[in-house]
Design a protein around this ligand. Structure first.
Ligand SMILES: C[S@@+](CC[C@H](N)C(=O)[O-])C[C@H]1O[C@@H](n2cnc3c(N)ncnc32)[C@H](O)[C@@H]1O
Length: 350
């Protein structure tokens, strides 16, 4: 078969031609790329038009005999190292997310130039991945992530499955984190038939739809982002539910006025950066002896509990039982915790 031979002293010198071969779908996915010191032999498919890459860099088309590619058991970093060497492999992130056919990878600035090469290897291991985006910052109160397409066609709307439940997700328009699936399921396991639940920052409604799939309960799912409500409503149509989910597009700050006297058995507050700022509203809306699940960011369990109890005390409320649980890592030495405040009471009635 034919290989493109690239000779270099640093891999960076030939990145543009490798990126172009990836873009043109020229590299054969059936065979390994051979790295031999400072020489790469890249197997190319017959239809590859070498004219497209002429002028980019000096290269030769040579006869080659690469092994068939077998990625079973390979981790992404190992495959990248084997094909492109350590200088690229050190930039491979230790974890990434896959939402249906889309992979979302975090890369540091120095790793960005290798994004296409890393993305290509990722699609060799995860054959269902058709597009790869590099994760940017999460912006605005809607918590939507900036994304840069580095491999494949743009796909935004997909159907993602969590514990058998289907969600329409548009990663460019709404907050979504597939790592919360265990948490969605955990909270839904506490809910009993007949409960009325409020999810104050629902995103696309994962908590609500999990709950209503298991219980004959009513969940009010509130989000300020109209796209979150749009995709939540779409997901209702593709799941069989025992209970009901009612989506409301509004600012949680207004909920005491929206619900005018209605109260809830359980309130979910998943806005880790500033859920505490809305706790006064939650206390107005929760039943005596009801439950609040509040997510916050802290350096330790102790700090999280201190932040929560300081705020509840200041607002004149207490919980008869408090649980805390690590949910996700947020940044080095910063974690997202969920505080389960069971048996909410105003202090003067405790
Ligand atoms: C961390 S995400 C929630 C994720 C969701 N619970 C899940 O499990 O996928 C926070 C959500 O809160 C919404 N949000 C932010 N500020 C809000 C506010 N003041 N009122 C209502 N929703 C708000 C954002 O649009 C975002 O969808």
């Amino acid at each position: 078969m034919k290989c493109i031979e690239l000779v270099f002293s640093r891999i960076d010198e030939v990145l543009d031609i490798i990126d172009k071969l990836i873009e043109l779908n020229c590299i054969s996915r059936r065979y390994v790329i051979i790295r031999d010191g400072n020489r790469l032999l890249i197997p190319v498919i017959e239809e590859c038009d070498a004219d497209e890459i002429k002028g980019l860099r000096e290269f030769r088309v040579v006869e080659c005999n690469p092994k068939e590619l077998n990625v079973r058991g390979y981790r992404l970093r190992e495959l990248v190292r084997e094909f492109f060497g350590d200088e690229v492999a050190i930039h491979v992130p230790s974890s990434f997310d896959i939402v249906d056919g889309i992979a979302l990878i975090p890369l540091h600035d120095e790793g960005l130039k290798y994004a296409k090469v890393i993305a290509y290897c990722l699609t060799l291991i995860h054959r269902n991945v058709k597009s790869v985006y590099v994760k940017g910052a999460v912006r605005g109160f809607e918590r939507v992530r900036e994304l840069k397409l580095v491999y494949g066609e743009p796909i935004y709307e997909v159907i993602h499955k969590e514990h058998g439940i289907k969600f329409y997700v548009n990663v460019g328009k709404v907050y979504f984190n597939p790592r919360l699936s265990t948490e969605h399921s955990r909270i839904s396991s506490f809910v009993r038939d007949g409960e009325v639940v409020l999810d104050m920052f629902s995103g696309i409604g994962c908590f609500g739809i999990h709950i209503a799939s298991k219980n004959n309960s009513i969940v009010y799912s509130v989000d300020i982002n109209p796209y979150a409500v749009y995709y939540g409503l779409k997901s209702l149509k593709i799941n069989r539910l025992k209970g009901k989910v009612i989506f409301i597009n509004c600012d949680a700050r207004l909920l005491d006025k929206v619900f005018k006297g209605r109260i809830f058995d359980r309130i979910i507050m998943n806005l880790p950066h500033n859920a505490l700022d809305y706790l006064d509203i939650a206390f107005k809306l929760v039943k005596i002896n009801g439950t609040i699940h509040l997510y916050l960011i802290a350096h330790s369990e102790e700090e999280a509990l201190n932040m929560f109890t300081a705020k509840t005390n200041a607002l004149g409320f207490s919980c008869s039982d408090i649980g805390i649980r690590w949910v996700l890592d947020h940044a080095p030495h910063e974690y997202i915790y969920c505080i389960d405040c069971v048996g909410v009471r105003a202090m003067n009635t405790a």
